[in-house]
Design a protein around this ligand. Sequence first.
Ligand code: NAI
Length: 351
Amino acid sequence: MKVAFFDTKPYDVPGFEKYGEKYGIEYKFFETKLNEDTVELAAGAQAVCVFVNDTVNAAVIDRLAGLGVKAVALRCAGYNNVDMQYAFRKIRVVRVPAYSPYAVAEHAMAMLLTSVRRIHKAFIRTRDYNFSLAGMTGFDLHGKTVGVVGTGKIGRVFIDICRGFGMKVLAYDKYPTEGLDNGDTVRYVSFDELLEKSDIISLHCPLTDDTYHLIDEKALEKCRKGVVLINTSRGALVDGSALLEGIKSRKVGAACLDVYEEESDIFFEDNSGHILDDDTLARLISMPNVIVTSHQAFLTEEALQNIAETTVNNLCDIARNDRCVNEICYRCSCAENGCGKDGCCRKSQNG
Ligand code: NAI
């Protein structure tokens, strides 16, 4: 099977080559992202492999189908960049639902600790032989209340980590996990109660129509003064301008952002020699209490291996025209566990 691999980074290649070779998958690696201008590069391929900032909209899907491409293999969990409704019965879409929830949850905690203990400041100071502690006072996480929005795979690992620190957890999820609420250290509450009672809020839900700008001006108004916001999920969960105002007004005590709404043309690239056009991001980065990482929460050895292995297995299922447990279906919303119900695109395409 020939696969056009878009938005290639040097760290993608070894894992994919290792697993691909084993199963006869031949890649053409492109540094460019997939979009309407680059879709022709997929000519001759049976599948495209894409990441979080590639564009798989109606026009791209039409062209891919026209080129005979049978599948879009996302090498990530989120699929908000794919027009799933339009893809239905035109092209199969597979993803990697879990590659290392630990990678993302541990990164969220790393950012939180860096922020509240001012490690980012200390690192720079001591390199300059400045051993002053002025302005370095942090606070204990022990005994604080953390609000976790989205208690899926990553949210639950993050909750375990927070409990290890002796924090109380308020959780919110549209579909709560049975058995997680222990009535004491972990409690499911309404979204408003979570906003009102949390010292720290960490977002672990997907980006959907429901969750777009979940944290906006109104939500921030309900938060405690000095709230610390962590977003390792998707940028558009947070209204960046509202967050900036929250930081300026001192309502928000700190923000730890691994994702940003307008990240697609900025993150993952070296823009150090360029003028940053995005004023909101530039201003956020300039704040002493904002830490931005470039969508790197997933980036561990373990996660990269799992991503390559699962994607290759997905592609093998497609090549055999088999059912694939990681196929996403718009019609029956069986993205989580597969279903094969009537109307499921998997059923209609695979018999
Ligand atoms: P998951 O599917 O296991 O969990 C997501 C949870 O969010 C589910 O429990 C679901 O019920 C809940 N949810 C759905 N709609 C909601 C709503 N409207 N309000 C509240 N909760 C809602 O997903 P997982 O693996 O835990 O990943 C979470 C998110 O993390 C992904 O959607 C993705 O956007 C992001 N992610 C970020 C990475 C990074 O490198 N920064 C890497 C991997 C994932």
